[in-house]
Design a binder for this molecule. Structure first.
Ligand SMILES: Nc1ncnc2c1ncn2[C@@H]1O[C@H](COP(=O)(O)OP(=O)(O)OP(=O)(O)O)[C@@H](O)[C@H]1O
Length: 604
């Protein structure tokens, strides 16, 4: 009996029924042959044909039902393995960091560094229980999906089915982390491992950092191979660590730049990104651009004496002073009460640009301990107002000073900084020494791509269209517009060239010269809109020829090369404007660059 049971258990169910009917068929044959039943055609068909047919059909039915069950089973099996494959990527330490970052960004406080969901009793509650607090629902659905190894991350409301699947997955994930090797349903046959090993023994390794290749063979020199592998491993580790560090730095940098950035309006189609020096600050140590962490060393004021007031600005009173130690002339810029970060920013930027061409150097930072009034000390520039000077300047002088100004701007941009207040008042020229310096770094700022900056910078008449149309993600090219306005003022003897009475009027004045066609193209490109007042003010206008603005007495300054340069600077679209480097390469400056090259050659 036990043998029969064992035999039966080995026979698949479909075959078992067929065997049973075969047995019946044999029995009926015996009965007929022994003469117990009359073999009429009817009895024959009844006794012989029907049972095998039923048996056969029954067998098919049973077999197909078991095979469909089997198929279903097969389907879940690879899915199971697949899930573990997906989870397996957490073994990569670089990805682990990623998930941690994503969790932090999404505010998933319930995930560990591997993106693994940390069990929460609330999570096992039913949907109805959670329904009462939609906020809680949202957060638990985020953290649940995070628990799947960072897959998904949706914020759809949870339901019972979803929770079940998630808790199963959670179990799998936890199992995987407690015993990763066991949970991988993989078995690599011994022969394959040996073959792989052999293949590696004769493989060519590429040195990861240099273009050097070396071959190691176990049969010839075993130690070489070991060394090579060790080197390779340590190099790989170093590379991985470096990558990890870079990713961390990038993440911290992104957090930093997002810190005080305003959200971008949904209407924006295209963001405005600098084409040059875009990632300069990202590749600098944080102290370089994080001016709020700067500790300014304030020295005593008694080293200097004030002589006379020479100027005043929005944020300061400027005095001619003297350094009592060496009796040198200085400028003391006494700061009005302003926010601390603005002082830190100006100092940090002046430090970053120290030694740059035509940039005013910061000599000292002083503070009166009693009044706590802070001041910056600069060298005195014996300057002449640009607007007065213009009458005395020849074409070559204008080219020279404009080139010198561009050198300062180019250097500033190359250091990841925007000046944001280029105007004649901030350019000091000592014509007797043929020396130009760019002053007033109070509004200058570090450039971070796609950061939404304050548009209330630069002086109205030098404000580019992006500041007048609320494009907050402006970049270095805003300085190039301001430079263009200053240049137009000089060569066309009309400063300010665009003389708006307020910001809306300023844009209107610009459209009177540059027309409206390009303005609308620029607005459409970036998904920007005019405000109501601007729409009322701005009528359809055609672009004017620059020639009509050239006064008779300025034809020597405003020649075709100068006009061509001006035309390439004053463009609505910041992406269409020349960069400082491109402007310096413009034919207008050929006589200057030619002379510079000659002087350099002579020196050498
Ligand atoms: N080193 C200098 N040599 C000569 N004059 C200077 C010097 N520094 C500043 N000035 C004069 O003082 C004025 C005000 O200086 P500065 O622009 O730095 O101050 P501010 O308060 O930041 O001005 P703003 O209102 O333009 O922001 C300048 O326009 C210039 O005329």
């Amino acid at each position: 009996m036990a043998m029969l049971k064992a035999f039966c258990s080995r026979i698949p169910m479909g075959n078992f029924y067929q065997l049973l009917f075969l047995l019946y068929f044999v029995c009926v044959g015996i009965v007929i042959s022994m003469g117990y039943v009359n073999p009429t055609p009817y009895t024959n068909s009844y006794l012989f044909a029907l049972p095998p047919i039923i048996g056969y059909i029954g067998g098919i039915a049973v077999r197909s039902s078991t095979s469909s069950h089997h198929k279903h089973h097969q389907n879940t099996e690879p899915h199971h393995i697949q899930t573990k494959h997906r989870i397996n990527h957490h073994d990569d330490p670089t990805i682990m960091i990623d998930i941690e970052k994503i969790n932090k960004e999404l505010g998933c406080v319930k995930c560990d560094s591997r993106g693994n969901y940390i069990h929460d009793a609330n999570k096992s509650r039913s949907r109805n229980q959670r329904k009462g607090n939609p906020h809680e629902d949202y957060h638990s659905s985020i953290s649940s999906s995070q628990g799947q190894g960072g897959q998904g991350g949706g914020n759809e409301p949870d339901n019972g089915e979803h929770t079940n699947v998630l808790s199963e997955l959670e179990k799998e994930i936890n199992e995987f982390y407690t015993n990763p090797s066991d949970s991988l349903n993989y078995h690599i046959p011994e022969e394959e491992l040996v073959a792989e090993q052999k293949e590696n023994e004769t493989a060519t390794f590429v040195w990861p950092t240099q273009d050097v290749q070396y071959t190691t063979t176990t049969t010839k020199d075993n130690s070489n191979k070991q060394d090579g592998k060790k080197k390779n491993n340590s190099l790989q580790q170093q590379q991985q660590q470096k990558k990890q560090q870079e990713e961390e730095e990038e993440f911290n940098y992104n957090l930093f730049t997002l810190k005080d950035s305003k959200p971008t309006p949904e209407t924006r189609i295209l963001r405005n990104e600098a084409a040059i020096y875009r990632d300069f600050n990202q590749h600098q140590p944080r102290e370089y651009y994080d001016y709020e962490s700067l500790n300014i060393k304030w020295n005593p004021v008694d080293k200097y004496e004030l002589i006379t007031k020479i100027g005043r600005g929005k944020y300061s009173e400027v005095f001619h002073g003297v350094n009592l130690k060496d009796e040198s002339d200085v400028v003391i810029k006494i700061l009005k009460p302003i926010q601390k970060f603005k002082i830190q920013r100006e100092v940090r930027i002046l430090q970053a640009l120290d030694g740059g061409p035509n940039i005013i150097p910061l000599i000292d930072t002083i503070r009166d301990p009693q009044t706590r009034i802070s001041s910056f000390v600069f060298p005195l520039v014996n300057k002449t107002d640009l607007r007065e000077l213009i009458n005395d300047l020849e074409d070559m002088d204008v080219r020279f000073y404009m080139y010198e100004l561009l050198r300062a701007i180019q250097y500033t941009h190359s250091k990841g900084i925007m000046h944001r207040d280029i105007k004649p008042l901030n350019v000091a020229i000592d014509h007797s020494k043929r020396k130009l310096v760019l002053l007033d770094w109070g509004l200058a700022e570090f450039y971070h791509p796609l950061k939404n900056y304050n548009v209330r910078v630069a002086s109205r008449h030098y404000k580019p269209p992006e500041l007048l149309t609320d494009m907050h993600d402006y970049h270095y090219s805003l300085d190039m517009w301001s430079f263009g306005c200053l240049f137009a003022g000089m060569i066309l003897d009309r400063d300010p060239f665009f003389n708006g009475e307020d910001n809306d009027d300023q844009l209107m004045k610009i459209t009177k010269v540059l027309g409206t066609e390009d303005l609308y193209k620029y607005l459409d490109k970036y998904g920007l809109f005019l405000n109501d007042d601007q729409q009322d003010l701005i009528k359809t206008r055609t672009k004017k020829n620059w020639e009509r603005y050239i006064p008779y007495e300025n034809e020597d300054l405003a020649h075709p090369a100068a006009i061509d340069l001006l035309d390439k600077l004053l463009r609505y679209d910041p992406a269409d404007r020349l960069t400082a480097t491109q402007a310096m390469e413009h034919p207008y400056f050929y006589p200057i660059t030619k002379k510079l090259r000659k002087n350099n050659n002579n020196k050498n």
